[in-house]
Structure formats: C-alpha cells, structure tokens
Design a protein around this ligand. Sequence first.
Ligand code: ZN
Length: 152
Amino acid sequence: MNDKTETEKCEDKRCPIHGNLVTRGRKFEGIVIGKDLHGTAKVEWSRKKKIQKYERYEIKRSRVKAHIPKCMEIGKGDKVLIEECRPLSKTKNFVITQKIGTDILYKAKEEALIEGKFKESKKEIENKEKRMEKEDTRDENNDFIEEEMSEE
Ligand SMILES: [Zn+2]
C-alpha cells in the first residue's frame, strides 16, 4: 500500500496534478497568510530591493491570490510554491503546486503578536494601578500638610 496522501487523486479540474490546469510563467515561493472557503489562498513573499541612492535595502512585499487544489491541505503559515496559470477568476491567476513546509517564523511571529497584545493590556492595567497609587499618596500628602498646619 502506498501513502494515501501521495496517491490520492482529486476531482478538481483546476488541480495542476490531477486536473487539466496548465501552469506557465512565473513561479514564486511564499507563505500562506490567509484562506477563504472557496479554495483561495492569499500568498505573500518578500524580496529585497536595493536603493542605490542610500545604499540600503528596502523590503518589498508581494501578495497574490492562488488556487488551492482539492488534494492539498493548506493552512495559514504554510510555505508553498505557486505557479502562474490562466486566470481562474478576476484576480486569481496563480495555483499552489507544492507545499514545501510550514514557516516556523510566521507562526512564531503570530504567537508573539498575540502575546504582545496580552502584555500590552497587562501593562495598561499596571499603569492604571500605578496612577491610582499615586493619587492615593497625593491624598496622604495633603493630609500630612493639613496635620502639620493644624499643629502650628
Ligand atoms: Zn489534485
């Protein structure tokens, strides 16, 4: 018996392996940053572009919509290979041809973002508490002054 995922065919006509979709043109490696219910994934990749004037690099990000063949299980954060094909919809003319793996950095980044948000809210609470403490001490000082004055 062969590995099921390797040999399983799909009925997707727009599958580059089992259907009749021909790929031609550009190829890119990118990370899936989102997907919808209609088998479309948003794929993003970045490249460095040199700015001669400043002798620095600028990071350019590109994003395209790509079709997910039915035989592929693609999720957010997956590293994929996409190839250009005929227009599949108004804005979709790429198809995922291979899943390369999962981008660990993307997952870590997303987790860090969530954690960062959590930390921020924690900080906010702490700041509020501090502010309240300050207000409390101010009141105490006032009392102290008043006491002093009454002693005179
Ligand atoms: Zn297929």
